[in-house]
Design a protein around this ligand. Structure first.
Ligand SMILES: Nc1ncnc2c1ncn2[C@@H]1O[C@H](COP(=O)(O)OP(=O)(O)OP(=O)(O)O)[C@@H](O)[C@H]1O
Ligand SMILES: [Mg+2]
Length: 396
């Protein structure tokens, strides 16, 4: 194929703001701890929405953060969010001459927004429609206490949907729907897009384009309808319009409302998801394709990268943030590269190989986004893991 492949993505794009060495048992912290489930207070290991937390605290967010951190600056800021992180990775693995990766989103007129724009401009993703608006920049403040639980450590997350709340289906232009591949990533944190996903996916499919949906933990629906399965758009029709659905194990269970992976897979098959990948941290991934977009493949498990597992025993420089997002980016890049070669029905196993080594490689650096000093840098590093992975699965 000589034509340039256009990939357009919409979904979660935020700033991860990390504060280390916060003592969850200290006097300034205690007033903000949750007293009972769902009250909007902070709970170690859990995420709370900014709006609910501010109501619980009875103080402006900045005031609370100043009290908790003693007014110091964050230890680290990072680009986060399953949409932008996966698109950045896909762009780092593909040739800009043959593929353009575009993002649609919003951020605020604040420091986090300035940071986001400045950092995104250092990546190969095209900010096709990305504006500053009068709202706060979507963010997740991560408070980390390494001495919590007898030194095991724990984190607390405070998420602000902010400007993502103002991004609506009408903001998506014709170019978006006419792209070759359209990716909806972590839209649960862009409420208006998520709630209208069925119509959006249907529209993309009517244009004959390929759709990919990668999910994120849906805190909003988890809270709205505790115990019920999460909706994916207005109806289950969304599933049949999703050429490829990628979820982690927990998300697959919550979307299907099932308690085992087998039952969840049955749920997705019954709703006619053409191809599915479920990741599960350091455990095997599960994948199938019904032959509609990818070549047909029965239910198959694939191991994670042994080279990554071996090296992780000695390398403690990174963390597992963004493994799933980079997995998705690797899969998208492989789809693009296969289509570019003229392959009519891409091979989902080949795409998963790139996903697995990309997700694994994300364990070697902090956060989900690796900012390259020069184009091709990350691809070069990941190729070694890809080659080792091919040897690993051939020797089984
Ligand atoms: N500890 C690990 N060792 C090797 N590979 C890993 C490890 N953790 C993750 N990976 C790779 O990354 C992929 C995605 O990881 P995971 O299932 O944890 O995604 P996730 O829960 O969506 O993560 P996140 O939301 O933090 O990005 C895995 O299928 C695997 O290939
Ligand atoms: Mg994930």
């Amino acid at each position: 194929m000589s034509k340039k492949i256009i990939v357009s993505g919409v979904g979660c794009c935020l700033v991860d703001i990390l504060y280390k060495d916060i003592d969850f048992a200290s006097d300034p912290f205690l007033p903000f701890l949750s007293l009972k489930r769902g009250d909007g207070g902070l709970t170690p290991g859990h995420l709370v929405f900014n709006e609910e937390f501010v109501e619980f605290a009875g103080l402006p967010f900045e005031t609370v953060i100043t009290k908790i951190t003693g007014g110091r600056k964050p230890d680290k800021k990072n680009i986060g969010g399953p949409s932008i992180v996966s698109l950045i990775h896909a762009a780092q693995l593909t040739d800009p001459e043959h593929c353009e990766i575009r993002f649609y989103g919003r951020c605020g007129n604040d420091d986090a927004g300035k940071y986001l724009l400045y950092s995104l401009q250092k990546t190969p993703v095209i900010l096709y429609d990305f504006k500053h608006i009068e709202n706060i920049t979507p963010s997740t403040v991560v408070l980390s206490d390494s001495s919590y639980d007898n030194g095991h450590g724990e984190r607390i997350f405070i998420n602000s949907i902010g400007a993502a709340r103002d991004f609506a289906p009408d903001d998506l232009d014709d170019d978006f729907f006419n792209s070759d591949i359209v990716v909806f990533g972590g839209t649960a944190l862009v409420p208006s897009i998520h709630d209208n996903l069925t119509g959006l996916l249907r529209k993309v499919k009517r244009n004959g384009s390929i759709t990919v949906v990668n999910t994120v933990f849906d805190f909003r629906n988890e809270k709205l309808n505790a115990g019920q399965r999460w909706p994916l758009g207005n109806s289950d029709e969304s599933y049949q319009y999703t050429d490829l659905l990628i979820a982690n194990n927990e998300e697959a269970l919550r979307l299907s409302g099932e308690s085992t992976a087998e039952a969840a897979i049955r749920f997705f098959r019954e709703r006619k998801v053409p191809a599915l990948i479920i990741t599960n941290g350091s455990k095997n991934i599960t994948v199938y394709s019904n032959g509609q977009f990818f070549e047909p493949l029965g239910l198959t498990e694939m191991p994670v990268s042994q080279k990554v597992t071996d090296e992780l025993k000695h390398n403690k420089n990174g963390d597992t943030t963004g493994c799933g997002d980079n997995f998705v980016g690797g899969v998208i890049a492989s789809i693009v590269n296969q289509i570019q070669k003229g392959i009519k029905q891409p091979d989902i196993l080949e795409a998963c190989c790139w996903g697995i080594v990309s997700g694994g490689f994300a364990c070697f650096y902090m956060g989900g986004t690796y900012l390259e000093k020069k184009a091709g840098e990350k691809l070069n590093k990941i190729k070694t893991y890809y080659e080792a992975y091919i040897r690993q699965i051939k020797s089984r």
